[in-house]
Design a protein around this ligand. Structure first.
Ligand code: CDT
Length: 313
């Protein structure tokens, strides 16, 4: 008989990080949360999107070269090394979102991505994911109360959603806006994902349509609960929330079971570790029954999904 595959996961929600907060002070907060994860028996601690800095796409810098200090050009680097050291010493893994500035490619170009890595309990990087769905805008929109210029600061991730063997199961990653798109979950579902890790920074005020502001918490839960249930997978959503540089962002980090039920949720807008025991074998109750893809899916009926981008009327 297969051993029970329970992964104890900590969703390490962060409160605000201000523009001038040093990398060292932020990493100290992460180390504190990772240490709490160790004390509470976690196998894996999940940090938010862009967990090392303020959410800098809310400002517009014409020259990207002026904002290199928001990006990591090495991972681990000298400032993030303590996280890796604690992981290795304590046997706890982590997932970390950050802004990545690559080494020059063959054409001498350095690329900028909104990136998340998965680090195993021995401190080794087992996977890297670069955000596929970049929301917001590319040009400066001075009439907005704040910018959401992710399409200026980052290139879209060049790789398909992946799933990796890790933590005794099959682990996938996505970042913030990816969680609103059913395709993100399904591409991982088709690779047998059992645990999806997702960091987010979600401003409560949605500038293009403020009627959605009051629904931010509802939509956050809606998409992650639906994605978990429809693909029979655990989903861990982790916020950087609270009022950061005057912009209020959603907290409500949560751990969702393959049933679609929220089994743990943050109750503050600050640094907070939310822990749940995730039984990866529970996925099979859904992927082996109602959502037995091999038995019930009709991919020949879904060809528009990959052949067409926008709406055709
Ligand atoms: N960081 C991120 O992807 N945030 C988006 C905000 C969308 S509004 C431009 C989100 O989907 O939560």
């Amino acid at each position: 008989m297969q051993a029970c595959r329970v992964v104890v996961v900590g969703a390490a929600q962060l409160g605000p990080i201000e523009r001038d907060d040093s990398r060292q002070s932020v990493v100290e907060r992460l180390v504190t949360l990772l240490g709490e994860g160790v004390d509470r028996g976690c196998d894996l601690v999940v940090f938010p999107e862009l967990a090392l800095t303020t959410f800098f796409p809310r400002w517009f810098a014409d020259d990207l070269g002026d904002v290199d200090h928001f990006y990591e050009s090495a991972m681990p680097g000298p400032e993030t090394q303590p996280l890796f050291d604690l992981a290795r010493r304590s046997g706890v893994g982590f997932c970390l979102g950050y802004a990545e500035l690559t080494e020059p490619d063959g054409n001498g170009v350095r690329h900028r991505y909104n990136t998340q890595i998965l680090v195993e309990r021995d401190g080794s990087v087992v996977a890297r994911y670069r955000k596929v769905h970049l929301p917001g805008h590319a040009g400066h929109e001075p009439d907005r109360p704040f910018q959401h210029a992710e399409r200026h600061y980052f290139e879209p991730g060049p790789d398909e959603f992946g799933v990796w063997p890790a933590f005794g199961g099959r682990v996938g990653m996505m970042i913030c806006n990816d969680r609103r798109w059913p395709e993100s979950y399904r591409v991982m579902g088709l690779q047998g994902v059992e645990l999806i890790l997702c960091g987010y920074n979600t401003p409560i005020h949605y500038v293009p349509d403020p009627s959605q502001d009051i629904l931010q918490g509802f939509h956050n839960a809606l998409v992650m609960q639906a994605g978990a249930y429809q693909n029979g997978t655990w989903v861990v959503g982790v916020a950087k929330g609270g009022v950061e540089a005057g912009v209020d962002s959603l907290s409500q980090s949560m751990i969702v079971a393959p049933s679609g039920q929220i089994v743990a949720q943050a109750y503050t807008n600050a640094d907070e570790l939310v822990v749940a025991s995730c039984d990866l074998d529970w996925c099979q109750r859904y992927t082996g029954t109602l959502f037995d893809f091999d038995r019930y899916r009709r991919p020949e009926m879904y060809t528009r999904i990959t052949s067409q981008r926008g709406v055709e009327r």
